[in-house]
Design a protein around this ligand. Structure first.
Ligand code: SAH
Ligand code: SF4
Length: 388
């Protein structure tokens, strides 16, 4: 199942091709246009939206608020729910599950379910009420879903396995939100009842697929019922995307993949730094109006011997102070992947790095690697079966 061979760098947008008769992912006016031949009144469209996004039906026949005849007519015209489907599941010893999810054109995308989260989610705000105790037969009280925004990625960070694929294509809004729906259905999780966090940290660079990504966010935060404050989007620092994001009325929390204490090291491991330097990224982030108690996350992948030394921690301290907005740092020990020439840092180096930030009053957290044994951890997603 590996992509193998030469990378396919053609960017194909998902919409308008094979999935043309799929309804999942459409909003408001789009339904009216697509289903024009049925002349549905607004309230029939609302019933459909509730079924698709609130109940997450997988088949038009389950839209029971519609008369059977209407369901049959719409299905007979070739329309389908078109929810992406989980075609393979890899289960880690730690409970993490990695899914291959198939899109209408047969491409697969990766999504990860992490019961109890991995510490990436900054969910200190919001009510705790739903997270009391696990319903019987269930081992988790809260969970995090890690979704992908593209198949592959064009950004080419040297330490990331997804980068090896190159960019295959963008995902549509329905394919992004659909990953979440498929996983919620699989786990029988309900956003209104269960504490579900969502991180857009899977395959791809969300801000290089901006419109589809934000359409998905609006679906998720609206009819799918996941509060925007429980969502985090991670970007490698696409400045025009961050500037657009700053103007969004509904938006996830923001995480920036910093990964280096200065431009020189960052250029080596994230060539995109030549286009947008760290200072440009920070200036753009400053334009994002933060909600009360909101912090921006800096993600920092520790690469043994490259960016994990005490002097690097001191530089990060200065950088975060200069940024001068509420921030936290998430440290991630590099997760290995075949053919990626870096080393996992010593755990002593990880601890020392964290302590140095904390001593300078910068909130710093070490993310637990989840599902490393099934290649589900950060930067390990590569559209593979079992990583031979
Ligand atoms: N493209 C976006 C979001 C997906 S990557 C971004 O780069 O921010 C999500 C996170 O995983 C990023 O912070 C990235 O730096 C990190 N990451 C990538 N490869 C990794 C690896 N091999 N080990 C640990 N973290 C990795
Ligand atoms: Fe793309 Fe993010 Fe991987 Fe960089 S770290 S190659 S931006 S997925």
């Amino acid at each position: 199942m590996t992509a193998g061979g030469k990378l396919d760098t053609t960017i194909l947008d998902a919409g308008g091709r094979l999935g043309a008769k799929g309804l999942f992912g459409l909003q408001n006016q789009q339904f009216r246009e697509k289903l024009a031949e049925f002349r549905l009144p607004a309230w029939r469209i609302r019933q459909l939206e509730t079924a698709l996004y609130g109940q997450r039906v997988t088949n038009l026949d389950q839209v029971t608020t519609w008369p059977r005849e209407l369901r049959e007519q719409v299905a007979a015209a070739g329309f389908r729910v078109g929810l992406p489907e989980i075609v393979e599941t890899f289960r880690s010893v730690d409970g993490t599950e990695r899914y291959l999810i198939a899109c209408a054109d047969g491409q697969t995308v990766e999504t990860v379910w992490m019961p109890e989260g991995d510490g990436a989610e900054d969910d200190d705000s919001g009510p705790e009420s739903e997270s009391g105790s696990a319903p019987s037969g269930r081992s988790w009280t809260r969970a995090t879903i890690c979704a992908s925004s593209q198949i592959g990625c064009a950004v080419n960070c040297q330490f990331c396995l997804t980068a090896k694929l190159g960019i295959i294509r963008n995902l549509s809004a329905g394919e992004i939100a659909g990953q979440v729906a498929a996983v919620l259905n699989r786990q029988q999780a309900e956003p209104g009842r269960d504490r579900i966090n969502l991180v857009f940290m899977g395959m791809g660079e969300p801000f290089l697929n901006y419109d589809a990504f934000m359409d998905a966010v609006r679906l998720l935060a609206g009819p799918m019922g996941i509060p925007e404050s429980r969502m985090t989007v991670s970007t490698s620092g696409i400045v025009p995307g961050i500037l657009r994001f700053a103007g969004e009325p509904v938006r996830p929390r923001l995480a920036i993949s910093l990964n280096a204490p200065n431009d020189a090291i960052r250029e080596d491991i994230m060539p995109i730094t030549r286009k947008w330097a760290i200072a440009d990224v920070i200036d753009a982030v400053r334009k994002v109006p933060l909600r009360s108690r909101e912090r921006v996350t800096f993600e920092y992948v520790l690469l043994g011997g490259v960016n994990d030394q005490p002097q690097h921690a001191d530089e990060v301290v200065k950088l975060v102070r200069r940024a001068n907005f509420p921030a936290r740092v998430n440290l991630i020990a590099w997760n290995p992947g075949p053919g990626v020439p870096f080393a996992t840092p010593d755990s002593a180096a990880v601890d020392a790095f964290q302590q140095r930030l904390r001593a300078a009053d910068i909130p710093a957290f070490v993310r637990r690697p989840r599902g490393r044994d099934i290649y589900a951890a950060c930067g390990q997603l590569k559209k593979t079966g079992n990583q031979g």
